[in-house]
Design a protein around this ligand. Structure first.
Ligand SMILES: [Zn+2]
Length: 383
């Protein structure tokens, strides 16, 4: 009888989660990266029965071949920091008012070889970005993911771009807007410096043409991405174009893409947020997957269950970015593989799970809801 009760409960619970959503991981890099790297992308594929990999930085065809052999769909990532000179970012970059090359504020401590973002108004960077994207298409990616697609628009928050292309184009932009008080000799960079302005502040209303400059930088990104999209879609009609859209938003830049991968924050783990996202994406016909920015196991399980409930692809919490660590390196989170594998095998078992921790956090027990007269305990694990 006990067995019968268990079976009936299981079937009912299982049925409510019947819609199939692919299992995606975001192995940001193809592990192992070196002989000392204990992580393995292929291992995780096998253990979690992964069907796709998203946001992967990889251009080595020998590694890509391993994914193809396993019938794994993969999206390959590109970002504003594509190197142009060996491993370095030297040419066609965003340059501030005082000649400094732009580094995203959250990356300043990462000490990368290629920290500088490309300028969307640089013809050199335009060609580079299209060429590198086509190389990713050639590797067989189902999608190209532009990681940080706001380019110059984002840089405005830290001073914007005053490279020769931006300065010249901005003069033309102002004249086309009907600013008859200037002529084609006008140089916005020189003008700001003549006013003693050492840094362009995007919220400072006292700066002449401040709003026009912000609009110009945003529109430049839109033009750049539309041109890039045309080139890539002409090159391959099949490939999807994705971006990491903050909080699942679709603004004038993100809307250029077919879909988004959103790094959601923990306050978004609510039914109302997920319902809103599903509604918006259905209306706009955008694909949307989520990755959670948290290293809390309970929140991550809650996240995976919500994604399952709303048929949204969840990037498995394995190798996901959660901020910058004390060592000034990007901090990544890996949820226990066995727990993840159990969840993907049987979501319904996790309905009503409970996490019990020892007071000193040394022991973690994952305890499941009583669905017969037994309690189901998956594992005990040193934290
Ligand atoms: Zn520029």
């Amino acid at each position: 009888m006990k067995h019968l009760i268990f079976t009936v409960c299981f079937v009912i619970l299982h049925h409510s989660f019947a819609q199939k959503v692919g299992i995606s991981v975001s192995s940001r890099f193809f592990h192992p990266l070196s002989k000392n790297d204990p992580l393995s992308t292929l291992d995780i594929i096998e253990k979690l029965n992964v069907t796709q990999i998203d946001w992967l930085y990889c251009s080595e065809s020998s590694k890509i071949k391993l994914l193809k052999e396993r019938n794994i769909k993969f999206s390959l990532a590109i970002n504003p920091q594509i190197p142009d000179s060996g491993e370095y970012t030297a040419k066609g970059r965003i340059i501030g008012l005082n000649g400094e090359k732009y580094i995203a504020p959250w990356m300043k401590v990462w000490n990368q070889k290629n920290p500088n973002w490309g300028c969307v108004n640089s013809p050199f960077f335009n060609d580079l970005f299209i060429r590198k994207s086509k190389e990713l298409v050639d590797l067989g990616a189902y999608a190209i993911l532009v990681d940080d697609s706001r380019f110059n628009e984002q840089s405005v928050e830290s001073g914007g771009c005053f490279c020769e292309y931006c300065v010249n184009k901005f003069t033309r932009y102002l004249i086309d807007l009907g600013h008859t008080e200037i002529n084609d000799k006008f140089n916005y960079k020189e003008y700001l410096k003549s006013q003693g302005i050492m840094k362009f502040k995007y919220r400072d209303n006292t700066i002449l043409y401040r709003q026009e400059f912000c609009d110009f930088q945003r529109k430049s990104v839109i033009n750049f991405l539309n041109n890039w999209k045309y080139s890539i879609k002409t090159y391959s009609q099949k490939v999807d174009l994705l971006t990491n859209n903050y909080r699942g938003k679709w603004d004038s830049i993100y809307s250029i893409f077919d879909g988004g991968i959103c790094e959601i924050v923990t306050d978004s783990l609510t039914d109302s947020y997920f319902q809103r996202i599903v509604k918006i994406n259905n209306e706009l016909k955008k694909s949307q997957s989520f990755t959670l920015v948290s290293n809390d196991i309970g929140l991550n399980l809650q996240f995976l269950l919500l994604c399952k409930k709303y048929s949204i692809t969840a990037i498995a919490p394995w190798d996901v970015f959660i901020g910058t660590g004390k060592d000034n390196k990007p901090l990544r989170y890996y949820l226990d593989v066995d727990i993840l594998a159990a969840l993907y095998k049987n979501y319904s078992l996790f309905k009503g799970y409970k996490i019990i921790k020892n007071k000193d956090n040394s022991l973690l027990t994952l305890q499941f809801k009583k669905i017969s007269n037994k309690k189901y305990i998956l594992r005990n694990k040193a934290d």
